[in-house]
Design a protein around this ligand. Structure first.
Ligand code: F0G
Length: 466
């Protein structure tokens, strides 16, 4: 009972590699400042012989932890005992075959799948990780939790605080453009909301300082327990595909927590002999926040067996500072210049023969319209996955008959202003909301039709337009 004695925290750097027990709330290695990972002594843990063995847990849906799409896979996230697990019903999400969207991406019918994480209780993938962070926080008796957020982490944290009453939420947001859908969640759930003059990267720096000074539990994705929970997105994708590995997994890249968690999940599954090969991973930046793209694609930064070249990073971030360059994109969820999980993402790219691409806001919003018209709707940042798959297909990197999973990270209703402006007939409104981001036109608009309040006119309009 309690935190597992067969799990430990380990510094990511292959030069340092220090180990710590699970009772500490670490956001980096106290010896060298690198990220830390949760590692397991798998030989001493009960791991099923085959992934298909997890199917039996579907019959235990009256048990809240087996009902959870995260804790259904507890044996692959075994850092705490069953009695400690926190769940609010996260991870009941869907892998949807989307042939209409496949046409847009230029994939054969039956080849494109959308993993719709907007179905989570707070409307984004964050709940997958938050239940794991809360489990750890509960085990070590934390009373307050904090995060910096572009909106979804704060919505998720606030919701878990309000439902479970385990901790009080303190959230840090920048003064820029958090979408109202997300801000309204945090306010309504009763989080202490600190808005600072600055952007997400500034808020992230501050929350780290404040949580250290005040002993507040930090739930940003530097929290390695959160990433343990996010591994379950991969488990559910495989479950929905009858445990077959797809050719590609495509995911938006912001703070790079998801891509990092996906890589770790896949590496572990292979180590455990539960899959025989890894899919390829594509991480998609917005061109208004393209740190990973530039470092990986243009500067050649690589995992390098756990020792990424610090000089390349240093030069890059120094230049960013001297240019006072700030991230700027309509995909506000990923408007991040200094991704905290950069090194873990490099590890994932290394293991999964990965690629990194950037897409413009025009490409993301057009993809978003296509996703909603042919599948489940999503918020702008999520649509970068489909926009990215499309350019990888155009470049011939993704094959026409490859089986591709695009992860839709957040719900359509998170950011309705952008959607309404995109479909608006009012050019001024279009320009006001989208104009500053290089979006020239809505390639796939669905305009509302103005009709007089008159039965004949209404009937005529319906006949004309349908
Ligand atoms: N998609 C959505 C909808 C997000 O909210 C985020 C991150 C990402 C993608 C990027 O994911 O960090 O794992 O690469 N949102 C964070 C937040 C930063 O504060 O809500 P990542």
């Amino acid at each position: 009972m309690g935190l597992s004695e067969h799990a430990f925290q380990k510094c990511l750097s292959s030069k340092c590699g220090s180990q710590f027990d699970l009772s500490r709330a670490l956001v980096d290695c106290p010896h060298c400042g690198s990220l830390v990972d949760i590692q397991y002594d798998w030989d001493r843990l009960p791991v099923p012989n085959a992934l298909a063995d997890f199917s039996q847990f579907w019959t235990q849906r009256n048990n809240p932890t087996r009902r959870s799409g995260v804790w259904r896979f507890h044996e692959l996230i075994p850092f705490a005992s069953q009695d400690l697990l926190v769940t609010v019903g996260e991870g009941q999400t869907l892998l949807q075959k989307a042939d209409e969207v496949a046409k847009y991406v230029d994939l054969d019918p039956g080849c494109l799948f959308l993993q719709y994480e907007g179905m989570n209780p707070s409307g984004s993938f964050k709940d997958n990780g938050m239940c794991a962070a809360f489990t750890h926080a509960r085990a070590i008796g934390a009373e307050r939790a904090a995060c910096a957020s572009t909106g979804n982490t704060s919505a998720s944290l606030s919701m878990y605080c309000s439902v479970t009453r385990l901790m009080k939420a303190v959230i840090f947001i920048g003064s820029g453009k958090i979408s109202y859908g997300k801000l309204s969640q945090a306010l309504d759930y009763g989080a202490l909301t600190i808005q600072i003059l600055g952007d997400f990267d500034d808020a992230m720096d501050r929350v780290k300082q404040v949580s250290q000074k005040l002993g507040i539990y930090l739930v940003n994705s530097v929290n390695a327990f959160r990433l343990e929970g996010q591994k379950s997105i991969i488990f559910r994708i495989l479950e929905s595909m009858d445990w077959q590995v797809p050719d590609w997994i495509v995911v938006p890249g912001g703070n790079l927590g998801n891509s990092s968690a996906f890589g770790k999940a896949l590496i572990e599954l292979k180590q455990l002999g539960l899959i025989d090969h890894l899919p390829r991973l594509a991480v998609i930046n917005s061109s208004g926040a393209k740190t990973l793209f530039e470092l990986y694609h243009e500067k050649g930064l690589r995992w390098n067996k756990g020792l990424p070249d610090k000089e390349i990073e240093l030069q890059y971030f120094n230049k960013m500072e001297s240019d006072q360059s700030k991230a700027s994109t309509l995909a506000s969820a990923i408007e991040i210049n200094r991704p905290v999980n950069l090194h873990k993402c490099l590890r994932a790219l290394d293991a999964c023969d990965g690629v990194v691409r950037q897409v413009s806001d025009q490409q993301a919003l057009d993809a978003k319209a296509k996703i909603a018209a042919g599948g489940m709707g999503c918020e702008p940042a999520s649509a970068t996955s489909v926009a990215g798959a499309k350019i990888l297909r155009e470049d011939g990197i993704i094959g026409k008959s490859d089986r591709v999973v695009c992860v839709l990270t957040g719900h359509q209703l998170k950011d309705p202003n952008i959607t309404v402006a995109y479909h608006s007939t009012d050019r001024q409104e279009f320009e006001r909301v989208l104009g500053g981001y290089g979006v020239k036109k809505a390639s796939f608009p669905n305009h509302a039709i103005g009709v007089p309040n008159d039965l004949d006119a209404i009937i005529k309009a319906i006949k004309l337009y349908s």
